[in-house]
Design a protein around this ligand. Structure first.
Ligand code: SF4
Ligand code: SF4
Length: 261
């Protein structure tokens, strides 16, 4: 079966969380507020094998095995636009936009033969899926696959880094295992989120301080944007905690940057 798709650049999907490769997160550290999003995937899932290759695996106390996607993410509430989205709904960093945006509508954490499942257009999106649009998927294969392959390749290159982070966090923050076990039992996919500063520390990033200096103003802005908004309180709580950690990594006193609540 053929699937047609053309992006009309309506900008409607440029909201909320944006999963990134570490390469893209680092390149845009002065643009996106970054969090590390962990998604547990049960062994019974059809995505388990691929997730295990691109992420990590962990064994729970009850001996069940979980696949773990651990993804640097532009961590933005679903109601808020991407910081790169311009008033004219076009991407302000089009020429250097992240791999995730180039690969849309395909999704690298799903096997190629299942990609038709992610081609459904969400309500309000203005993607052209008529027969006039190019055929982007046929016979369970992606056509014009350069961007998809490039994103997968980048993710594969980053697996050792992601696994080092997972090992560190599971060793030094054992409560994560309990949180993952809980998240995996929910009927809807559920996630836990950890800080970028923990990633920079765990992976002993050689430029951690410089990256922290660039990320800190972004987190401080996110703190302000979510202040006194009860519906965004969970995001606000994360931003405040992350900004405090990041100021420590940047060796900047929090109060000299912003009055973090
Ligand atoms: S980086 Fe550009 S294309 Fe990607 S979500 Fe943001 S505005 Fe949209
Ligand atoms: S919702 Fe569809 S048409 Fe609009 S920007 Fe996103 S991919 Fe393009």
């Amino acid at each position: 079966m053929n699937r047609n798709f053309r992006c009309t650049a309506c900008g409607k999907c440029c909201v909320g969380q944006l999963p990134l490769t570490w390469n893209d997160a680092e390149a845009n550290i002065d643009l996106f507020p970054i969090g590390m999003v962990w998604t547990p995937v049960p062994a019974s899932s059809k995505d388990f094998k691929l997730v295990s290759q691109l992420g990590a695996t962990v064994r729970l106390p009850d001996r069940k095995e979980l696949g773990l996607l651990i993804v640097p993410t532009s961590f933005i509430p679903a109601s808020q636009p991407c910081p790169a989205l311009q008033d004219n709904n076009l991407c302000g960093i089009h020429d250097t936009k992240p791999a995730r945006c180039r690969t849309m509508p395909f999704y690298p954490y799903r096997e190629e033969r299942f990609q038709s499942e992610v081609l459904s257009v969400k309500s309000g999106w203005e993607c052209d899926t008529s027969e006039a649009a190019p055929v982007v998927y046929s016979d369970l294969k992606i056509n014009n696959r350069a961007d998809f392959d490039a994103e997968r390749q980048q993710l594969l290159q980053e697996v050792p880094l992601i696994r080092r982070y997972a090992e560190y966090m599971l060793k030094y923050t054992p409560t994560i295992l309990t949180q993952l076990a809980l998240a995996s039992t929910k009927t809807k996919p559920s996630h836990i989120v950890t800080s970028l500063s923990s990633f920079l520390t765990a992976t002993r990033h050689p430029n951690a301080q410089k990256l922290a200096e660039k990320q800190l103003p972004i987190l401080s802005r996110a703190v302000s944007q979510t202040e006194n908004k009860p519906e965004l309180s969970e995001f606000h709580r994360h931003y405040v905690a992350w900004a405090k950690e990041m100021s420590f990594l940047a060796k900047i006193k929090p109060k000299s940057v912003t009055e973090l609540s």
